[in-house]
Design a binder for this molecule. Structure first.
Ligand SMILES: *Cc1c(COP(=O)(O)O)cnc(C)c1O
Length: 364
């Protein structure tokens, strides 16, 4: 038998979660379209797999890499495709035109690249406004130069105004960003109506009034909850990735014996230790401390000591029926990735994205 670790990807759950995003985005009575955000190999779930699962369901796909976008087109996907970081090189402009890709434009040089390409058609763009995230996009002060460039360019088709929220999941909320967005949008000439795209998962769930024309759900598609204080199930989101493995050895240790590198865990009672075929080289976070929740044979227990490259240990003392070959769930069905992530001081996004290549993936 091969090493028992595998990631199971529930494609029906992915479709279900996409429709949950759409239903929240329609709470204001007007349906919004939704980009399925499939960047980072669909948050570690596999770009092509996710795209196939969402084909006929998703209104469009949003990602970063031009090569990935071209691969989707070459595989026959006809949905709109949005390039979230836009163009990096001038020669990418013609690829966008040829393959029907919509670039985000966040620097004036990108508009100039599009003009210089002298395309036979006008390229639709997403104009990114910096309303306070301060990563990408134009400020209010830069907008007049953008509009001058648009006016002389003749190379730009439909413009969608977008921004990205820094704290839709947090205490500061989105009001300050919405105010800045509104000021910037008002400067837009009435003669050229624009569509609007603001909301990520957190905003879709918490501020459905921000849905407008297009929303951009990412983590919620994969069943992750964008909020630390609630859980995915409370939004009826289903886990898509479940990381399974098995117990490959059991150690019975006496009080005072230690487990694993650094001897970080020391037994204070007779302890049954389960050794699991999963380590940080599989994508399990090395910084997950002892005490991180884990499921063995459907029952909750906790990890012991340090995570090694290929193995980690868990406590079987209270699970007398569990032993070698018992099934283990590291995260997913029955154990939310958000909970494991929180114990490890990170977020489910990072767990999903870190799933290692060596872990076989099966679709369910
Ligand atoms: C990644 C990303 C999203 C999706 O964010 P989630 O928090 O995963 O929903 C939306 N918009 C942009 C611009 C992004 O980069």
């Amino acid at each position: 038998m091969s090493r028992p670790i595998e990631a199971r990807i529930d494609l029906a759950a992915l479709r279900h979660n996409y429709l949950i995003a759409k239903s929240h985005a329609a709470l204001q009575g007007r349906p919004a379209k939704a980009w399925a955000v499939v960047k980072a190999d669909a948050y570690g779930h596999g770009l092509m797999r996710a795209a196939k699962a969402l084909d006929g369901v998703a209104d469009g796909f949003a990602l970063l890499d031009l090569a990935d976008a071209v691969a989707l087109r070459d595989s026959g996907f006809r949905q709109p495709i949005l390039l979230l970081e836009g163009l990096f090189e001038p020669d990418e402009v013609t690829v966008c035109a040829e393959y029907g890709l919509i670039p985000v434009v966040h620097r004036i040089e990108q508009l100039q690249m599009i003009r210089a390409a002298a395309l036979p058609l006008r390229l639709p763009i997403y104009l990114k406004l910096n309303t306070g995230m301060n990563r990408l996009g134009f400020t209010l002060e830069q907008l007049p130069a953008v509009r001058r460039e648009l006016a002389v360019s003749g190379a730009i088709g439909a413009v969608t105004l977008m921004t990205h929220f820094a704290e839709a999941d947090g205490g500061r909320g989105i009001d300050f960003q919405l105010e800045r967005f509104e000021t910037m949008r008002q400067g837009w000439p009435d003669t050229s109506p624009v569509e609007i795209s603001l909301a990520n998962s957190a905003a879709i769930l918490r501020y459905p009034q921000t849905a407008h024309d297009w929303v951009r759900p990412g983590i919620m598609l994969y069943g992750g909850c964008p909020f630390a204080e609630s859980d995915a199930a409370s939004f009826n989101l289903k886990p898509v990735m479940t990381l399974h493995s098995r117990i490959l050895a059991v150690q019975e240790i006496k009080p005072g014996e230690r487990v694993g590198y650094g001897g970080v865990f020391e037994a204070t009672r007779p302890t049954r230790v389960g050794i699991i075929a999963c380590g940080y080289a599989d994508g399990y976070p090395r910084h997950a401390p002892g005490g991180t929740p884990i499921l063995v044979a459907g029952q909750r227990t906790e990890t012991l000591g340090r995570v090694s490259m290929d193995m980690l240990a868990c406590d079987l003392t209270e699970l007398p029926d569990a032993g070698v070959d018992s099934p283990v769930v590291l995260w997913g069905e029955g154990l939310p990735a958000d909970e494991v992530a929180a114990a490890a001081g990170t977020i489910s996004y990072e767990l999903f994205c870190a799933l290692a290549r060596r872990v076989p993936v099966v679709e369910v």
